[in-house]
Ligand binder design. Structure first.
Ligand code: ADP
Ligand code: MG
Length: 238
């Protein structure tokens, strides 16, 4: 379960239209990457899917259910940002289990889910550490772990690696690809990094000022860019 359907989605901030009618069908388990220049609306679109921004017009459905007006908590999605605000006074284990604890999950369930997330993300040896004793990449893994424990229908990532140095970015990109293979969950991933887009995506959505310039597999976009904008963005020789 994790198909997501966007139908004629628009976003207006006052008089300014930032998202100009987006239609997109995302299949269960697909890895979708949004790319496009700064300010083209990637974060706004992702935030609308996550429920952090109202949808001005159009319809959003998840697994066939209209969630356009539903609050984030009822959408079953997990959002992972570049600024991973971990609780500094809590161990990795408690950071990962915190949201389950606040929603009243029994201790045994919390232990099981945190254990599973730690295994998937290779965080087992770090469970008793505090965030300050972790590297940037390890912290980002804990942030992802916090979202895994809630068994989300889909993951939404907004430039999750942009705060990391180049070597760590490569390592974490491979981790995220592995995570997708293991969990088989739908993932929507925003980046301005072409390498991340080309290597992670099943399909890439190229956004140009609030509109879709092209949707396709990395290969399709590279070999047959719809226009010069896409070609320049993907780096193909058109
Ligand atoms: P991206 O993530 O692709 O860089 P954003 O989605 O952050 O782009 O922004 C798209 C456009 O919407 C930009 O022109 C930005 O200035 C504008 N925008 C984003 N959030 C707001 C807001 N809360 N109020 C007004 N304008 C906004
Ligand atoms: Mg953004």
């Amino acid at each position: 379960m994790g198909s997501i359907n966007l139908s004629s989605i628009e976003k207006w901030f006052g008089e300014a239209q930032v998202i100009k009618g987006i239609d997109l069908e995302i299949a269960d388990g697909e890895f979708i990457v949004f790319v496009g220049p700064s300010g083209c609306g990637k974060s706004t679109l992702l935030r609308m899917i996550g429920g952090l921004e109202d949808i001005s017009r159009g319809t959003l459905s998840i697994d066939g259910r209209d969630v356009t007006a539903e609050p984030p908590s009822k959408r079953g999605l997990a959002m992972v940002f570049q600024s991973y605000a971990l609780y500094p006074h809590m161990s990795v284990r408690d950071n990962m289990g915190f949201s389950l604890k606040t929603s009243g999950a029994p201790k045994s369930e919390i232990e099981e889910k945190v254990g599973h997330a730690a295994e998937v993300l290779k965080l087992e040896p770090l469970l008793d550490r505090r965030p300050k004793d972790l590297s940037g990449g390890q912290r980002q893994r804990v942030a992802i772990g916090r979202s895994i424990v809630r068994d989300p229908t889909a993951f939404l990532f907004d430039e999750p690696l942009s705060n990391l140095d180049a070597a760590l970015r490569v390592e974490m990109r491979l981790e995220i690809a592995k995570l997708h293979r293991k969990l088989q969950s739908t993932m929507i991933y925003v980046t301005h990094d072409q390498v991340e887009a080309m290597t992670l995506a099943d399909r890439i959505v190229v956004l140009e000022y609030g509109k879709i310039a092209q949707v396709g597999t990395p290969k399709e976009l590279y070999q047959r860019p719809a226009n010069l904008f896409v070609a320049q963005f993907i780096g193909s020789p058109k």
